[in-house]
Design a protein around this ligand. Structure first.
Ligand SMILES: Nc1nc2c(ncn2[C@@H]2O[C@H](COP(=O)(O)OP(=O)(O)OP(=O)(O)O)[C@@H](O)[C@H]2O)c(=O)[nH]1
Length: 297
């Protein structure tokens, strides 16, 4: 049997003539190149099936077009070319092409004080679409950070004051005694709760960017939030982290507002929808805030 005799079901007429919005493959294993580094990604590749009479699309043509992503640094022009190939290979069948790439971006991060460094993982998806000759790219990046509850900090300070009044009642204040008390567990009778938190950023990019500003956007978000989670940590780093958190108390509303302000200024961002999730240690549920800018659904 040769290829000419193989049955081609996709080329048959559909029994039920109906166009479909998205047809393709999800979860394709694929190496992509980010800043010169090969990174394991998963791809979802699809097109619209606008010809309602056609039975199916040609999955292999989408799959083979993805090879273009293996060698070249991932950038908007490359994504555009891949999507154009999806459409060219489905001439008369499809008018819209879609590609989603999911991968973890690993960035090497320095410790706060010591000379150590370590890797930090940022889950990332890039969604590109080509529709009516219009090309759009959207990023979804999860940025982990630490947040300390300002209310809990105030309540703790009040308890520390009460303990001070109790322990030093009817006693002349001696500098050495106060210093020793401050260094004791009595001195910090209560601690505020803090939590590992996540900023889930969905960002629509300018259509004519040369590069995907992945690292710049993560850095912008982390500096707006102030207390990024750490990698390698010695005690000196942990102490600096405790100080940074004490000086950076925030509710989820504060985090969302700060990110909103920072991302509006980030080059290349046209619109965003952000969601911050504070995985509270106070409760078994999360505190969540969302904010949008220029975001039309
Ligand atoms: N359209 C479609 N194809 C599927 C599906 N599941 C598996 N396939 C298979 O995907 C394979 C590749 O399809 P095509 O790209 O049309 O393969 P082909 O006809 O050899 O390639 P061309 O000559 O380029 O059209 C076929 O063997 C299909 O049967 C499905 O749900 N829909």
């Amino acid at each position: 049997m040769n290829a000419l005799t193989l049955p081609d079901i996709a080329a048959q007429a559909s029994r039920q003539a109906l166009p479909l919005e998205w047809v393709g493959m999800c979860g394709i294993a694929l190496p992509v190149v980010i800043d010169g580094q090969r990174t394991a990604a998963k791809a979802d590749a699809g097109v619209s099936l606008d010809d309602g009479e056609a039975r199916g699309i040609h999955m292999s043509r989408l799959y083979l077009a993805l090879e273009m992503l293996e060698q070249e640094n991932l950038n908007p022009a490359l994504l555009h070319r891949v999507l154009q190939r999806f459409l060219d290979s489905h001439d008369g069948l499809a008018h819209s092409a879609y590609l989603r790439l999911h991968f973890d971006l690993l960035l090497k991060r320095p410790a706060l004080v010591s000379p150590l460094t370590g890797w930090k993982r940022y889950p990332l998806s890039i969604e590109a679409r080509l529709k009516n000759a219009m090309f759009h790219v959207e990023l979804k990046i999860d940025v982990p950070y630490s947040s300390t509850c300002p209310c809990s900090a105030a309540l703790s300070r009040q308890l520390i004051q009460q303990q001070f009044v109790e322990d030093f009642a009817n006693r002349p204040l001696q500098h050495a005694d106060v210093l020793a008390w401050l260094g004791s567990t009595q001195g910090i009778v209560a601690t505020p709760h803090s939590q590992r938190s996540t900023a889930e950023l969905r960002l629509r990019l300018d259509d004519f960017l040369d590069e995907l500003p992945l690292i710049a956007l993560i850095n912008d978000a982390e500096s707006a939030l102030g207390t990024a989670v750490q990698t390698a940590v010695k005690r000196a780093d942990e102490q600096a982290f405790a100080l940074a958190n004490g000086q950076n108390l925030m509710f989820c509303e504060d985090a969302a507002r700060r990110l909103n302000q920072a991302l509006r200024r980030s080059p290349g961002v046209n619109a965003f929808h952000l969601r911050v999730v504070h995985a509270e240690s106070l409760h078994a549920h999360d505190a969540v805030a969302e904010s949008r800018w220029n975001w039309e659904v």
